[in-house]
Design a protein around this ligand. Sequence first.
Ligand code: ATP
Ligand code: MG
Length: 275
Amino acid sequence: MDKKTVGLSDTFKGKTAPKSFTKNPIKGTKFTIAISSAKGGVGKSTFAMNFALALKSIGFKVGILDADIYGPSLPKMMSINEKPKSEDGKSLVPINQYGVQCMSIGFLVDEETPMIWRGPMVTSAIKTFTQKVLWSNLDFIVIDMPPGTGDTQLTFAQEIKVDGVIIVSTPQAIALLDVKRGIKMFDKLKVPILGLVDNMSFFQSDDGKNYNIFGEGGVEKVADEYKKEFLGKIPINIDLRVAADDGKPLVEKNPDHKISKIFIELANKVKGSFL
Ligand SMILES: Nc1ncnc2c1ncn2[C@@H]1O[C@H](COP(=O)(O)OP(=O)(O)OP(=O)(O)O)[C@@H](O)[C@H]1O
Ligand SMILES: [Mg+2]
């Protein structure tokens, strides 16, 4: 007698099985590096622009993707006022500035678009930026992420092949709690963490004295605790802030500046993880 086993239908199995995601690489680039922090205002965008220009200065072809749908910074920090063009009505051509291919959600979203409309746009915007932008022959794309551990981070981590993430933080206790949350999220989503950066680490006065305005060594301690690489410290520096506000990142404006040299050293360090 035939024994019939009672099993779940294929449709039902599909619905209950753990979701698996296909991670697509961003077309037109070899490696994708995301710049993240769980906390806002710690200098991610400043870091992302200068780090991208540092990679360019050591000979790589680089793109920057500003994925911060709530507060895009690239148009201002890189002085771009034009909108990207489309030659075939289906794909967008990135805007070239300072020898770097740039794309920002800020090119497409009106500054006055209410926040409540932006959330649902995240997933489709990310798909457009990663699959429908004609990034051309890049070694690296640097992604400037929004703060937090929300939809953008999740979509990137699950659907896009992110080769590494750099976590930027300031050293005070309240920011470090968020760093830990960020580390746990990327570990869980199996996105490799390239390392942690301590931004606004200290302020050096004209007489050479260092002031640890946000505390000392906090980011390095978290890196140790979670067995992640500590990539380095970037001090609070007025020239870095002014250059960002003026729309020409310091590494581009003055590559010989002591702060630019820190970015170039970091770019050389990170390069070692890939090549
Ligand atoms: N090391 C630094 N020294 C001086 N100013 C800095 C430094 N890093 C960042 N800033 C300044 O701090 C402000 C916030 O930086 P930025 O916009 O890069 O942060 P963010 O983490 O991207 O913020 P958000 O979470 O809103 O995206 C900017 O005015 C920037 O110029
Ligand atoms: Mg930012």
